[in-house]
Ligand binder design. Sequence first.
Ligand code: M6R
Length: 608
Amino acid sequence: MCGIVGYSGPENPKDVILSGLKSLEYRGYDSAGVAILNHGEFKRIRAEGKLSTLQKKLESETFDGHLGIGHTRWATHGAPVEKNAHPHTVRGISLVHNGIIENYLELKDALGPQTKFTSDTDSELVAHLIADEIERTHDLLKAVVNVLPRLQGAYSILVVSKDHPDEMVAFKNGPPLIVGSAQGAVLVASDVQAILPYTKKVVYLNDLEIAHVKGESFKVFDSLGRPLEKSVTTIDWTAEQAKKEGYEHFMLKEIFEQPRAVARVLAPHVDVSKHTVHVLEGTGLSERFREAERIAVIACGTSFYAGQVGAYLLEKLAKVSVTTDIASEFRYREPVIAKNTVAILISQSGETADTLAVLRQLKKVKVPVLSICNVKNSTIDREADGHLYMNSGPEVGVASTKAFTSTLALLHLLALDVAKVRSTLPLQDEERYVRALLAAPAQMETVLACDKFFGEAAATLKNFKGFLYMGRGVNYPIALEGALKLKELAYMHAEGYAAGEMKHGPLALIDGRMAVVMLAPSDELYEKTLSNLEEAKARGGVIISIGTLGNDKLRDLSTHYLALPRAEWSVNPMLEAIPLQLLAYHVAHALGHDVDQPRNLAKSVTVE
Ligand code: M6R
């Protein structure tokens, strides 16, 4: 949601904090600010808008101190204007906050009308509470220990005080906070990417833990202020991986990275000489999947659509009953959980609040949870019983692309392995599917060539009044994902439909200003999909079809026809995703939108 950076060390804090904030800008980008020590006071500079505005403001600023904090915001309480930007400063306390203080009105009332607020945020309230405590205790750590039990909600906070100029205190309940110790310096951040250029060794704070930084070292305490022993994690991502590599946008780079990412996710789980799969082994959940009467797949957004593809694969290959749920629905619908249920929770960031809440709900009723995350050591990853990784490397574009296709590949492997432990798939079929999966990265490379087509077509496509995406079977969730991509990037009306549903309503939408994107690869539903396409064509829809090489009938019915290489039905979704991502990317770009940071969205949704 928001990004937090703190630095205490010999380098210029302004530079370190700005470069950290730059790498966290994907978490929020409607305002930003810093508070850096200068002549014994924390000098605060804030700016509305993107980080570049703050950067400009800071150009002429100098600071003589060696400690500071910074923040990039995604507004939850209060409009995205300078007065609501962080840090919030109250009587020498400066504080940055990510998340929501749920009981803030109650706490604000308790402070009484004599307490004057200068912003509309819940964050400033915490600064008041800490300032009051500092006046009583004259101790920054103790002040935080005293305030912590009063806060309800999901938050991570970093605070400094002018009376304790060599200290920072970080504490959290929910959104991530990481502390890294480099030579003579300590960094605190919401994401390892901000710390990686300085050190690969980091400590992840758990909920209700407090990190107390003093000079060049730090200690971790529990919520009562008792010292804790924490293990140090070594991160194997390089800072280099997060750069754009010459592409105009991170999203485009990440789209083009997909063949590599998929190859990377397959490699550790496939025996390439025997063409067999071993994915469950390391999760410790083989037995649970063998005995499962029900598999529950739960996630949000793009991860949910990947999960829906996974459900088709699991049911078809492993012959097991699968339910799919959107996490924000599941958590409040008092679900009846079938006996012997195993859950698969999918989250690229591993921090999505609704998915995390579902994980905790399931653990309470002893349902084993397998997590599929991209960010290792994220909260969902750490709290699940078994773990699989998308292994995509950092995904910076807010719109998920490579994490999606890597998840599709991983779910395919998982479905094959679950089928194996349940003895539902003959060995020769497993081998056939594995061969098809191993061929996918190269096939994806060829599909990327349609970049040129969408680059040129975008100028026309951007003028349509709307887009209907359609597919059947395993292609249906890809239609939903294609529509989501266009919505989030191009801000255009787009809907995904099961093609068989056309005549039950959406057909009425179709006319010459409506583009129909039809997913119709060669599979057992191809002929049926063609009939749905004819219905759309008869109503004057402009048809962009994505099919398999040699589908002449499809080509003849379409205004534009893109041919995918021949692949197994179960691999088609990974290939189809690419043209849909490129369509959304180019239309958004042609409309002049910020592709990497679409409006109103954030990469990691750590609040409800
Ligand atoms: O980090 P997660 O996979 O849990 O995120 C879930 C959604 O917020 C995410 O997929 C969102 O829909 C993306 N912006 C899609 O591109």
